[in-house]
Every structure is written in C-alpha cells, then in structure tokens.
Ligand binder design. Sequence first.
Ligand SMILES: NC(=O)c1ccc[n+]([C@@H]2O[C@H](COP(=O)([O-])OP(=O)(O)OC[C@H]3O[C@@H](n4cnc5c(N)ncnc54)[C@H](OP(=O)(O)O)[C@@H]3O)[C@@H](O)[C@H]2O)c1
Length: 265
Amino acid sequence: MELKGRTVLLTGASGGIGRAAALRLAAAGARVALFARTEGPLAALASEIAARGGEAVAIAGDVTRSGDCAGAVAETTRRFGGLDALVNNAGIGYLRGLTEATDEEIDRMVDVNLLGTVRMTRAALPALLGRPGAAIVNVGSMAGRLAPVNYAYYSATKFAISGLTESWRRELGPRGVRVTLLLPAAVETPFLERADRARALGIGPAGTVLRPEQVADALLRALRRNPPDLYVPSWNRVFAWFDVIFPGISDRVMNALFRYPGRKR
Ligand SMILES: NC(=O)c1ccc[n+]([C@@H]2O[C@H](COP(=O)([O-])OP(=O)(O)OC[C@H]3O[C@@H](n4cnc5c(N)ncnc54)[C@H](OP(=O)(O)O)[C@@H]3O)[C@@H](O)[C@H]2O)c1
C-alpha cells in the first residue's frame, strides 16, 4: 500500500513504538489517527506532526472499552473520509512467575493486549472492507513465538495475537484486507522498565534491545508490503523455528540465556 494520502488508525500512539511509528507515518504522507488513553501526549504529538506539515488527529480512548473503539473509528472516518489501515499496537506487560502474578495483572494483560486488539479490529473492519489495499498490522512480540521464564502470562496474550492474526489473515486476505503480524524483540521504551528490564532481557542475542524507530520502520514496511509476518530483527525467525523443531534443546538454551550464573533473580 502506498502510504501517501492513506488514513491509518494507530493504537498506543502516545509513547514508545507507537509515537515513533506515528512520526514516520506522517512523514511518509499518511493521515494518522492517534489513539491512547492519555490526552496530553497525544495532542502534543498531533501538534508536532502538524508543525512538520503532516496530518494527524488525537483521539483519547481505551481499548478495553468497545464504545471508545467504535468512537475512534467513527471519528477517524469523519475527519479523514475513510480508513485504510489499522495498527493494533497498544499493549502492556508484567513479567511474573506462575504464582507471582496477581489475578488483576493477568486480567489486565488479556483485556488490553488480546481483547483490545479484538475490539478495535471488530470496530474497524466495516470501514476497511472495500478500501483498495486495506491493511491491518498487529504488534505481537518475539515473546508470542518463544516464551522465556517469567514471560508466561504476557507471552500467552502475545501467542494469542499470533494465532488470531494467522486466522484473520486467511479469513480477510481473500476479502481484500491484508493482515500482518509484527514480532519485535525487546525495544527501548517505557514498557521495558515497567515490565522489569532485568527479567525482560537475557544475555547474548536475548539481550538485543531495539530502538523504537527500528520497529517503526518495520511497521511501515509491513503496511507497504503486507508480508504475513515480520520479525525484528529478522534473524529471530531462526530462533522461533528452532524452538518448534527442538523444544527440549531450546529449553536448555533459553534457561542458559535468561538464568545465567550470577543472575540475581
Ligand atoms: N518494548 C518492548 O520491549 C516490546 C517488545 C515487543 C513487543 N512490544 C509490544 O509493542 C507494543 C507497544 O509497546 P511499547 O514498547 O511502545 O510500550 P509503551 O511505550 O509502554 O507504550 C504503550 C502504548 O499503549 C498505550 N496503551 C496502554 N494501555 C492502553 C489502553 N488500555 N488503551 C489504549 N492505549 C493503551 C499507551 O498509552 P496510554 O498509557 O496513554 O494509554 C502507550 O501509548 C505493545 O503491544 C507491546 O506488547 C514491546
């Protein structure tokens, strides 16, 4: 899809990957509907985009509320005359052991990461159908293909995103809506601190930390070329493949990478 003049609704736009993607999208000539809960940073980002000659609208809302999702789609189409692409990027993560996580933390991750993507996509689909080159990008995670220790509940939501993206791709592709799964490794955003950096990162390749701009570039590639999935970095596909073919060896490798000697927790 050529991005110039196309309308993209982006969730989780107020910070991290979403903010970087919004700036990149606007610079490429897309009209961007910025969605997140906190109004201040969204409005500031919309002004920044306008000051650079781009087009953006800030829409405050919560993906855990169906009404907010429907309202975001209505406001986007009212403002820009239609919707060409949806990026489901809003997400949260708590990295906890099996009995460590609270019920509220588990519920919250399911509600935002999984059900938030479902709500927004169901709200947006009628507007996307019939638009030439329409696209959906779901921001999953490498942890949605391969789950290290302490990632169980977060990974469960991201494995769910992998599954529903694969099925939606096969359901919607023939109807003219291309669906892509984006699978980033760890990214330097506030998410990493909130999730617990010491647990999030391993050693060696498991310690790779991307810049949000690298993921934003991949996200634009996903919208332009509509691949089925996109790993960032691309060589992570090999680790995902290895985990499926050799799960026993992968257990030992993953625990060596994430629980190396001297590690405090
Ligand atoms: N950072 C990483 O290491 C990493 C790695 C792989 C995948 N990811 C995925 O990438 C995506 C973006 O993460 P990030 O690193 O950019 O995180 P971030 O910096 O914490 O940003 C998260 C964004 O989501 C929004 N958000 C959170 N809850 C929301 C809700 N209920 N409704 C609407 N918006 C909500 C936040 O804004 P408000 O708080 O204002 O709502 C914020 O704009 C997530 O899906 C995450 O799982 C992150």
